[in-house]
Design a protein around this ligand. Sequence first.
Ligand code: URA
Length: 219
Amino acid sequence: MHIHNLSETPSILNSFISELRDKNLQKDSMRFRRNIERIGEILGYELSKSLNFEAHQIETPLGVSHTVLHKKDIVLCSILRAGVPLHNGLLNYFDAAENAFISAYRQHKHNPESFEIVVEYLACPSLENKTLILADPMLATGQSMVATFEALKPFGVPKEIHLVSVIGAQKGVDYVAEEFGENSHLWIAAIDQTLNNKGYIIPGLGDAGDLAFGNKLQQ
Ligand code: URA
């Protein structure tokens, strides 16, 4: 897996990540969602540089412009519910993409420190020979990404896979790097060092789904 950690080069992206993390600013859920969306746009732009491009001619009112355009073979798949603003950001740029949605959540059966990933809702077009972009803002343990990819297997074999995340923990990054093959990329805005005993990223930002959409009752 090719790992692209955009924080390695300081940029305007740092301001958006800082606002997401800031415990006062993140109370403004509209700003929180918009910052995730903005990060999705930036990650999408960076990712676009690695896509396949083909020659095109565009007729202007005054002549013909020769250019290269990326192949319109993208399927954008997001994990509900925190993935929605990241999905929007990516879709702002990959506006011709097909879309897939999947619900994957942590089910704490015995105690708050252990959980399994439950996949329920899934809507997906064919993935055969497509460019699959899998979006999940928080790459904590990496288990949701892997469970999602397993659930998508009946829909065909993509020709390349791009994982997109806002913040990851090193453990989750290492896990997806092991599970996804050579022909895959991770585009991520920041990588933090640790997870707490509930599987939250430290320092991270808290619960992205709750911050974007309000508190949920624990299952
Ligand atoms: N999901 C979140 O929303 N936050 C984390 O830190 C980990 C998973």
